[in-house]
Ligand binder design. Structure first.
Ligand code: AMP
Ligand code: TRP
Length: 347
């Protein structure tokens, strides 16, 4: 038997990530996911590896989605990816349900993964809540489909937020068990790529909560589709404290709201927090907020304008996704075929 973890077959680097089209995209999604994907796309182009980004609609329906809303949200997510700088000529951009190999591999993984592994997943426990008996079977099997998303491309690196780390660890467990059970060295043991705290964008109303599309207050978040007036108004009304801005990062300790606004500024300006504070230290929020609003509008309005244009051209989006799905399938189909051979299916 060969053990993948110890034989160390080298797999070509390949990046995969996905976002659920469950509606609403925020500044948090942009800074924490989209923009990082664009960085990976450019790195892939430079260093000669493939980058693949997906709208995981099959994951979205593990909880109820209105069909028309799902179609619109999937196109909106595609528009968000493209408007943020993902270029279908440089990266593969597609919709999960259009590449059937994902669900086919997920079935095999359902037979590899153990009930106990799934039961330990914190996202399952959070989303199913107290009434697990009433949650969908799909919600329980969610991580197995996610492992298939990744491994059907032999992806080696998966940029995700901290909350997805456990699912990537499970993906590794599935790859290792498959390799061990069948005595092969076929699936890579994928690395999660989790980036630092600066990419965690917090609510504008409460600096201890993540900025989220599900926050009941729209004032707590900046949506990627907000216009300039809305962005400026939300920043003007953002919660702060009465102190002036400090000149060094330590001065933000215990000031969650102040830290969040400075973090957002730094991320949008592509500067470090210390660089920002070197410029704005000593200023009052009444002076800093208009600077932040101006920067946010300058960075986000081209994105929201492009998203709005694309949403008026759904055929253009659909054509991009069809093309992406074809290119994705060209990688996924041989991997699935080989998996079927390993497992003992007749061709
Ligand atoms: P979600 O919208 O929560 O499904 O997340 C989609 C992607 O956006 C994931 O990669 C998250 O890690 C990222 N993301 C969502 N909200 C934030 C936030 N407030 N700050 C940073 N990243 C976020
Ligand atoms: N579970 C991820 C999330 O909620 C979305 C996702 C599905 C994903 N499949 C993936 C992320 C594969 C990375 C790789 O954010």
């Amino acid at each position: 038997m060969t053990d993948a973890a110890s034989t160390g077959t080298t797999f070509q680097p390949r990046v995969f990530s996905g976002i659920q089209p469950s509606g609403g995209l925020t500044l948090g999604n942009y800074l924490g996911a989209m923009r990082r994907f664009v960085d990976w796309q450019d790195k892939g182009l430079n260093d000669g590896f493939e980058t693949i980004f997906c709208m995981v609609d099959l994951h979205a329906i593990t909880v109820w989605q209105d069909p028309e809303a799902l179609r619109r949200q999937t196109r909106e997510l595609a528009a968000g990816y493209i408007a943020s700088g993902l270029d279908p000529a440089k990266a593969i951009l597609f919709n999960q349900s259009q590449v059937h190999e994902h669900t086919q591999l997920a079935w095999i993984f359902n037979c590899i993964a153990r009930m106990g592994w799934m039961q330990r997943m914190t996202q399952w426990k959070d989303k199913a809540g107290k009434n697990q008996q009433n949650a969908s079977l799909g919600l329980f099997a969610y991580p197995s489909l996610m492992a298939a998303d990744i491994l059907v491309y032999h992806a080696t690196h998966v940029p995700v937020g901290e909350d997805q780390k456990q699912h990537i660890e499970l993906t590794r467990d599935i790859a290792i068990k498959f390799n061990n059970d069948y005595g092969v060295d076929f699936f890579p043991v994928t690395e999660p790529v989790i980036e630092g705290a600066a990419t965690r964008v917090m609510s504008l109303r409460d600096g201890s909560k993540k900025m989220s599309k599900s926050d009941p207050s729209d004032m707590a978040r900046i949506n990627m589709t907000d216009d300039a007036d809305a962005i400026a108004q939300k920043i003007r009304k953002a919660r702060t404290d009465p102190e002036a801005l400090p000149s060094e990062a330590e001065g933000l300790d215990g000031r969650a709201e102040a830290r969040n606004l400075v973090n957002i500024y730094a991320a949008l300006a592509d500067q470090t927090v210390d660089q920002v504070l070197a410029d704005v230290g000593g200023k009052q929020f009444s002076e800093f907020k208009p600077m932040l609003a101006e920067l946010a509008v300058a960075k986000l309005s081209p994105i929201s304008t492009e998203m709005a244009r694309l949403m008026e051209a759904p055929d253009e989006i659909d054509a991009i996704l069809r093309n992406g799905a074809e290119r994705a399938r060209a990688i996924a189909a041989p991997v699935l075929k080989k998996t079927y051979d390993i497992v003992g299916m007749i061709r």
